[in-house]
Design a protein around this ligand. Sequence first.
Ligand SMILES: [Fe+2]
Ligand SMILES: [Fe+2]
Length: 225
Amino acid sequence: MFPPLRAILPTLLSSTRLSPVDRLLAALDHGIRAVTTTPQSARPTPRPSGPGDPLDDAERRRAGALMRVDHVGEVCAQALYSAQALAAGNAALRRQFEHAAEEETDHLAWTAQRLAELGARPSLLNPLWYAGAFAIGLVAARSGDARSLGFLVETERQVERHLDGHLDRLPAADLASRAIVAQMKDDEAGHAIAAERAGASPLPSPARWAMRVAARVMTTTAHYV
Ligand SMILES: [Fe+2]
Ligand SMILES: [Fe+2]
């Protein structure tokens, strides 16, 4: 029986018995599952205290587009942490990545579930987003632990700001999406703080700028496709 998505990253991170080829195959397996299946979340889906007003068609479409973008972000998070898992330099770091990756898997499950509730579909380009994020994550991971952590801090901070923007743009009545996005935003902030404490070195301005441009291309495209 094949392991679920949730079990693959910890295997990649903690196993000392896997050969490099095994680890590569596990990373490939993880990627295919991340873009083709919906994982089970370990934590319950964040729910609002009340039901909220019903959404009209325009609000439902707007919420669906925003949640599709957030789901793409979580697909990319799977790719980034998988790349980190392949290349992380020490055991403490691997454990930290493992914890963050667990929460990212919850995010992937919650956003996929909310997309379905809204009658919206995931991005058709998810395999492309995953491959691109994996390649970027691998480059970052190969640049040394401090730089790699700096890349994670910058990524998580940008995602946190992006989710904050979505809280402004989601329909006021869509309490269910808001509850999910608010919890994800808190989690991403925690991932950034943990990476800072683990010894992240700040990224140079051009790298931060390039990451913002790449994120803008992804979020603008995923809104529609
Ligand atoms: Fe996330
Ligand atoms: Fe995160």
